[in-house]
Design a protein around this ligand. Sequence first.
Ligand code: NAD
Length: 306
Amino acid sequence: MTSVKACVGFIGLGKMGRPMALNLARGGMRVKAHDLNLEALSGLESEGIQVMNHARAAVEGVDFVVSMLPDSAQVEALYLGEEGLLEEIDPQSIVVDCSTIAPKTTRLLAARAAQRNIRILDAPVSGGTAAAADGTLTFIVGGSEQVLNACRPLLKRMGSNILHAGEAGAGQTAKICNNMLLAVLMAGSAEVLQLGVANGLDPVRLTEIIRVSSGNNWALNLYNPYPGVMKDRPASKGYEGGFMVNHMTKDLRLAMDLAEASNCMTPMGESAQNLYSELKQTNEDYSHKDFSIIQYLYSPELISSS
Ligand code: NAD
């Protein structure tokens, strides 16, 4: 299938979808793109991507359909609801939904796809916009191994790690677990950085000490939330770019829903969710900033100096 020139219908060309689609086009695939927001489609034609004004046109006759949408409601509306795209997709095509959504929505979609003999994967990603641009995303995949193998040439053009989590919905579950832990680690890192600073420590020195000690973690070591500690990270650039607070609060909601449905206690996740809600209440503009801005909740003096 991929030996000729594979064709991809790409739906959702936002912050993540756009660089992913560009990597497919640059990697030699034919790409037909659709987004409800016309601005998201601007400039794509000069990159060899065909812009389509309807999702139906974008998926016609393609080998793969890739979607990268905000949340469960948009995925459900696109495939099963008003737009009913699943009815339009040829069973020859494989659907790969890369959005981070509720596992139960993914399983519903997979069940409906199976009724039409359409192969489908959930393949949410880890890594932000920079990894999407560099083609170094991690795909966390749910669905059959055989279908995943048929999609490897597609996924390899957008990412460097492709990990099979299990059956339909398992990719979403693993992604949600990861992001809940990330929120806990980010809040915990911001908390200790402020504790150190308030007690006379330099945040750069404290980071150097913890990163080679037992408290080391990804948020502190590679995505430090304290301004000035890592000059290339959002914390040192007014918390612009990166992974939005709104996406993190959505992922924490998905984690809490999952915990409730499976009777799991998640007090750490709940705390992180409360902290991010409190952050948004202090200033609604923070919703669109990088999630490391949780540092402001602990260190309000940084707001006036920023
Ligand atoms: P985004 O809001 O920038 O992009 C989503 C795009 O989908 C928008 O352009 C929107 O117009 C379009 N859209 C919505 N409904 C549509 C429909 N029915 N048909 C066509 N287009 C539609 O979001 P994003 O940052 O690209 O994130 C997408 C997904 O990836 C989310 O689930 C997010 O949680 C996940 N994610 C994001 C990041 C990140 O750093 N931004 C990292 C990992 C995972």
